[in-house]
Design a protein around this ligand. Structure first.
Ligand SMILES: [Zn+2]
Ligand SMILES: [Zn+2]
Length: 317
């Protein structure tokens, strides 16, 4: 698995590449807009050119880059106006990414707000299929992310994710089917009740993942530890190895050859503006080919991040 982080686009989209290089990223996720606003920025040709040039000069020329969609989007909203806005916003995101050459858009399937999981799954699949058909001929893929299950969020169980993917695939042309995939967030899965922290729990969850989703559909991962306990259904990311998940799962993931095709990015919280990505990525890379860590670890496995302290980073999840 190639590993990296969600980097800031403060000062321009192309700035993410410099931040990624400083942190030692092999993979990269960005926002292409303010994730807490509906406003859809129109990209100028100059912005697109700057982004593409920065990428060509980086180590990401042939590694897929991820974008995370807006947090306001709810693809199964009961309110017609919010649903229309949400679908339109995802379409805009996919269109922006296609122009930028960003290959993968990660999206949250939404919250059913009382209408029921089945309704939510159908509505999310319908929205996905609509965006794929509207962008026929494009190469950007849409990845459904599993959720922690806060409130009435759908996509908590692997079977819900699998159902969304299969339903959307059944509603689009064969050419667009390959543009649907899945992004698995380790913190969300743990909070949803999948105990990835140890061998037996991981094996059980992975069996279910293979049955309901399939490893071929798994294209990306969000590598986050969890502040909250197993099954809490509360989404609070923690730095790797310091949370309830602990270090073992991250060792397991970076050493699994079946995940060589997957890109993994950190979305861990900053401490006094310092995201410590450089330190965490160094820690993660050191796990490659190493013996499995004991759990619990005697010493918190968090190296200090020397890194450039002055860089300002925007909050992201
Ligand atoms: Zn995530
Ligand atoms: Zn999260």
């Amino acid at each position: 698995m190639l590993i990296g982080a969600h980097e800031s686009i403060a000062g321009g989209l192309e700035k993410a590449y410099a931040a990624a290089r400083e942190d030692g990223c092999e993979a990269l996720q960005i926002f292409t807009k303010n994730s807490n606003q509906w406003r859809e920025p129109a990209l100028s040709d100059a912005q697109v050119a700057a982004f593409r040039a920065a990428r060509a000069a980086s180590t990401f020329a042939s590694t897929p880059v991820l974008s995370h969609d807006s947090y306001l989007i709810n693809l199964c909203a009961a309110d017609e106006e919010i649903l229309r806005r949400s679908r339109e916003s995802l379409l805009q995101e996919a269109t922006r990414c296609e122009r930028l050459g960003v290959e993968l858009v990660v999206l949250h399937p939404g919250a059913h707000l009382g209408a029921g999981v089945e309704h939510g799954v159908r509505a999310a699949a319908d929205a996905l299929a609509w965006v794929l058909e509207e962008t026929s001929g494009a190469s950007v893929s849409l990845l459904v992310e599993n959720t922690a299950g806060q409130g009435s969020a759908i996509g908590v169980k692997f079977e819900e994710i699998g159902a969304i993917v299969r339903m959307a695939a059944g509603a689009v042309s064969p050419a667009n089917r390959s543009r649907i995939g899945v992004c698995l967030d380790t913190c969300h899965a743990f909070a949803a009740g999948y105990d990835l922290s140890c061998e037996p729990g991981f094996a059980h969850a992975w069996q279910e993942l293979q049955r309901e989703i399939g490893l071929a559909s798994l294209r990306a991962m969000h590598l986050n530890d969890s502040k909250k306990p197993l099954g809490s259904r509360v989404d609070r990311h923690e730095r790797l190895g310091l949370g309830e998940l602990g270090p073992w799962v991250f060792w397991k993931l970076v050493n699994d050859p079946a995940l060589d095709h997957v890109v993994g990015v950190l979305e861990t919280p900053p401490v006094e503006k310092d995201r410590c990505y450089a330190g965490q990525l160094a820690w993660l890379k050191a796990m490659r080919g190493a013996v499995a860590p004991e759990r619990p670890t005697a010493v918190a496995p968090q190296p200090a991040a020397p890194g450039p302290a002055k860089r300002s980073r925007k909050k992201s999840d």
